[in-house]
Design a protein around this ligand. Structure first.
Ligand code: PHE
Length: 357
């Protein structure tokens, strides 16, 4: 081949290789700019920089070139390779940063946002007042005694000194069951006999809480079911002074030091003497208002010295033992305390009412 042609060929080859390198560089950079994830970048690396890439090919074949061309092409290829590598490194960094920013934005947790309030249940107002009553009497040394809701006529009436056909039975409108002589207790007092029969002849100091039932016209002031908390103290020298002191102490612990009380004579067949305890009206402070029917006083419980006949029925000798008893209505107390004007709210299960406590 003539010298002229060889030179001619070499120049063409040189140009061709340089052209190739410049094309690779351009397509590489263009493509690189469009890639948005690491996977794409890895693929790009293998296409443009690894074993089968054009640049690698050119470099591998350097030794086949005429010696004077080798450094020229070698350097050119190297330069393109360095540039592509540098850009790739940058793109890797950029893509990584973009991914981080994206995940930070999409998973952002704003800790200053107010949380969602959990739905809280609350204690029923009746449970609250009952627990307070238990607490006070516990502090005064009283045990809780649970008696049954379904009673016999004997315990509910007869043993409490209320014989059949006695007019005093009209004080309690009774739910009779289909079984002869079985009733729903109209008050917690039958529990007195049960405690006495269990404890006799030991001294007694108990409260008897529980639901009572009366066959009454339901109204703002009376329900067919309601709680009572009965009090019973039996011992050797229990006096009316003990009754008064205990009840006054209880009322002051429940309503506060300042509240005034009074005992009014009354009649219950199972106590003698009997009384009712009033507390000063909370609404008007004793001046007289519609709630206390202008009297300035509100009735909260019935009480008295345990009748000798009842003591005897319970197994205590009335010549040796004496005692006092009381029965209060916690719903009543609750109504006074929270100014609830209708007793029917207690068992209507209306959350609008319950939520207020
Ligand atoms: N059991 C009575 C009632 O239901 C209340 C009471 C209890 C009265 C104990 C005196 C002694 O009305």
């Amino acid at each position: 081949m003539p010298e002229q042609d060889i030179t001619q060929n070499q120049e063409e080859l040189l140009e061709k290789l340089q052209q190739q390198l410049s094309e690779v560089r351009q397509t590489g950079l263009d493509l690189l700019r469009t890639l948005q994830d690491e996977e794409g970048l890895q693929q790009w690396r293998s296409n443009f920089l690894m074993r089968r890439a054009v640049i690698t090919e050119i470099m591998r074949n350097l030794s086949n070139l005429p010696p004077e061309m080798r450094p020229v092409i070698g350097q050119a290829a190297n330069k393109v390779k360095k540039e592509l590598e540098a850009r790739l490194k940058e793109r890797f960094a950029e893509v990584k940063q973009a991914a981080l920013t994206h995940s930070l934005n999409s998973e952002r947790l704003d800790v200053t946002l107010p949380g969602r309030k959990p739905q809280h249940g609350g204690l029923h107002p009746e449970t609250e007042v009952l627990r307070e009553i238990y607490q006070i009497f516990a502090e005064m040394g009283f045990q809780v005694y649970r008696s049954r809701d379904v009673e016999t006529d004997e315990y509910n009436f007869e043993l409490l000194n209320i014989p059949a056909h006695h007019p005093a039975r009209d004080m309690w409108d009774t739910f009779f069951t289909t079984k002869e002589g079985v009733v729903l207790r109209t008050h917690t007092s039958p529990g007195q006999i049960r405690v006495m029969r269990e404890f006799a002849p030991d001294p007694i100091r108990v409260i008897l809480p529980g639901m009572c039932y009366r066959y009454e016209q339901i109204s703002a002031r009376s329900e067919i079911q309601f709680h009572q908390v009965e009090l019973l103290v039996v011992g050797r020298n229990i006096t009316f002074g003990d009754l008064k002191g205990t009840l006054n102490d209880f009322v002051r612990r429940l309503f506060g030091r300042e509240v005034r009380t009074r005992l009014r004579p009354n009649h219950f067949p199972f106590t003698e003497p009997s009384a009712e305890m009033d507390v000063e009206c909370f609404i008007c402070g004793g001046e007289g208002c519609p709630v206390c029917k202008r009297s300035g006083w509100l009735e909260i419980l019935g009480c008295g010295m345990v009748h000798p006949t009842v003591l005897k029925n319970g197994g205590y000798d009335p010549e040796v033992y004496s005692g006092f008893a009381a029965g209060m209505g916690p719903e009543r107390i609750n109504m006074l305390r929270h100014k609830i004007e209708d007793i029917r709210y207690f068992w209507a299960n209306d959350v609008r009412f319950l939520e207020q406590f």
